[in-house]
Design a protein around this ligand. Structure first.
Ligand code: G3P
Length: 215
């Protein structure tokens, strides 16, 4: 399973890039708005220059024609940009147009297998089921992820499944067990994934033992 970073924070992206485990970034309008800039193009271009992998960038408009027009514009910002299109009737039509033009789409805000399947059939490169938000609503996000992975695998669909709206390390390991292609994780979850108290205790014991021996 590959790891994408789910943030628009440049410092977090730079720090995570140095770890050598992040192969893409996903953003959304809420994440970008937290960064206190109105220059959407500049921040996305900067992210695209830090991580060479796919950088998901959502359209900021609604309606078929406005979304297509804006997506075409965003697609010129960098070679690694991927356009996030929200699931829905308009989103399907937009995805199908963009896919035919060779523009990569991340079909986002997926909350059902049917939405995900239709996104894949329309030509999306990625579908993003929002696991945490389903859990918040009293469902089991991982059950949906498992269904999508199984069905895509069954029909050998090329569309990759991104486990999105990840809230904690348990989500990551379940997504990996299920066989999600990608998990997109907030920076704090990435940090939680690598930390283990026994590792910290082990390091400090090794250091103090060595100090004693070398006195
Ligand atoms: O990748 C989708 C993500 O940004 C949404 O996460 O925590 O707002 O549900 P969250």
């Amino acid at each position: 399973m590959r790891i994408f970073l789910d943030t628009a924070n440049i410092e977090e992206i730079k720090r995570a890039a140095r770890l050598g485990v992040v192969s893409g970034v996903t953003t959304n309008p809420s994440l970008v708005s937290k960064e206190g800039t109105a220059d959407y193009e500049a921040i996305i271009k900067e992210i695209c220059s830090i991580i060479p992998g796919p950088i998901s960038t959502e359209v900021l408009v609604e309606g078929v024609e406005p979304m297509i027009e804006q997506a075409r514009q965003i697609a010129t910002w960098a070679p690694n940009v991927v356009i996030k299109i929200p699931a829905g009737t308009d989103g399907l039509e937009v995805t199908s147009v963009l896919a035919k033009e060779g523009i990569k789409v991340n079909f986002t805000l997926c909350f059902s297998l049917n939405q995900s399947l239709l996104g894949a059939l329309a030509g999306a490169s990625y579908v993003s089921p929002f696991i945490g938000r389903l859990d918040d609503a009293g469902h089991n996000g991982m059950d949906l992820l498992e269904d999508i992975v199984e069905v895509f695998d069954h029909y050998q669909l090329d569309t990759e499944v991104i486990a999105a709206s990840i809230r904690h390390p348990q989500h990551c390991l379940t997504a990996a067990r299920i066989g999600a292609h990608i998990a997109t994780v907030p920076y704090n979850v990435l940090m939680q994934m690598i930390r283990h108290p026994l590792t910290d205790i082990g390091i400090s014991r090794f250091m103090s033992d060595w100090k004693q021996a070398s006195k």
